[in-house]
Structures are given as structure tokens and as C-alpha cells.
Design a protein around this ligand. Sequence first.
Ligand code: ASP
Length: 309
Amino acid sequence: MVKVVKFGGSSLASAEQFQKVGAIIRADEARKYVVPSAPGKRNAKDTKVTDMLYECYSIAEAGKEFAGKLGKIKDRYDSIIKGLDLELSLDEEFKKIAANFKEHAGVDYAASRGEYLNGIIMANYLGYDFIDAAEVIFFDENGTFLADKTNEVLKKRLEDSECAVIPGFYGAKESGEVHTFSRGGSDITGSIVARAVRATIYENWTDVSGFLVSDPRIIDNPAVIHTITYKELRELSYMGAGVLHEDAIFPVRKEGIPINIRNTNAPQDPGTMIVESTCHQPEYTITGIAGLRDFVAVNVDKDMMNSEV
Ligand code: ASP
């Protein structure tokens, strides 16, 4: 049994959150491959490290002084390292990052450092191998994800590693230039890793106990969806029910690996299982309801369409 576990930014926003994550991973030895996001918000007014990096890099790109902004980002990581009591220093990493910012290494490189540094901390904390995503996740020069090449290289690399941390959100072009997925893309990395190791399950740990049957801003206390098919999920995410990046289902779906959405702050909750099909009569006739203003979908069903032009 092999489980791939991805933790979102709010699950890794502070040392306390890291401790919850550590307890979850240690509770099940099948949780061998870990994909972290960058530290997210610790409270409603906080800023995600990824957003801090984008801002800092735009200052660097404009040729202005960015040391203060970069220092604030380093403080976020240092407080996690200190809170976890780790013997780890990111001083050298931050020197490299500052030099690369000065040389305008690119906005994707800048944003990717959030996951990269969090991965280093996570690997140190767990005693797992650290694998830089730039060495195993590939894009072509136009930024299109290269699924087959990635799967081949990643599979080989992970065969040599019993337990590893692979940072989410980024990879590299064939030229070596770092490239990221769109925002929320660590979900995709988790799915790619799950495919490469042919995981039993892909656990996606976040800050909610799964998908809800309706929008909690409109309906009070909606129930959690226990089981949903990939197809139903596509439909719901399309309409704006965003818990999981919509491209995250493709790699695992190919291999028939279920995704389990779980809550880091309530690990006892079973969360939502995303599966190819439910073989028995579903619990409810309607799985969930989502909507988008000014959006209409028209479905046309007609028998014998294949015999017509
Ligand atoms: N850290 C990136 C973002 O904020 C990617 C992710 O969290 O999945 O979008």
C-alpha cells in the first residue's frame, strides 16, 4: 500500500500546522510520498508566501530594493524552523534566491521558491528524501506539461527513494528554466506523483472536510459529499465549487487511483472520496448543486446520432 499525500498552504502555514501534518504522516506508514504547497494564510488578514514572492519579485524586476520584502519571507520560514526545533538554516538558499532575483531569473522561478523551501523544511522534519521538482517534472518550451516524459523520469527517481518530499506547483522546461502550473497547481503535482508510484490512493489534505453539497455562503451548514465521481466533480468545479485544481484529476484518473479530500484540522473526518464510478446505488440522487451567474449549459441528447452527419 502506497499513499501520496498533498498538503495545501493553510495546512503548512505555521509550525503548529506542520506538527499536525507530521502527526498525520506518522500515523500511517503507507504515507510515503509527500507534496507540500508553500505556507499559506495563518489567519484571514495574512498573506500567502506565494503572493509575497510575486510581489517581491516584481520589485526586483523593476530594479528597486527588495531585501526588506525578501527578509519578511525568510522570517515566515524561520519561524516554522524555530517552532519545529529543527537544525536547519535557509541562509544559503536565501542568498542564492536574492542573487537570482537580481539577475531576473523569472516570475515562475520566484513563485516556485515557496514550495521549494517548504519542501526542504518538510523533508528535514520528516527525515524523508528531498527531490527538487525541477528535476522530475517537465514542460516544453511553450509551457505545456509533458506528461509521459515526467512519468518516466519521476517513476525511476522514486523507485530509488522509499520516502520522499516533492514540492508542488512547479517543474522545469527542457532548457532548465523553472516553470509553474497555474495557481493552486500543487494539487496537480500530487496527482502526477500518485500516478508515477501507482499509489493506492491520493490524499489531498486541505482545511475543509471535503466537498459540500452546496455553497455554504448561500446555504447554512451544507452536508459533506462522501463519494463523488470524477465526472460529477468536473461538472461541479466548472461551476465554481473550487476545492481541487480542475487539472488534478487527469493523471490519477488514467490509473484508476481515487482521490480523498481530507481536513488537516479534523483528521478524523473521512472527507470526500473521488472515484471513477460508484458500483452500487448512490446514497443520494443529486450529488451536489453549484451555480455560476450568467452561465448556461445546454445538453442535447439524441438517439442514433452516429448514423447522421
Ligand atoms: N502556492 C501556490 C499558490 O498559492 C500553489 C499551490 O498552493 O498549490 O497558488
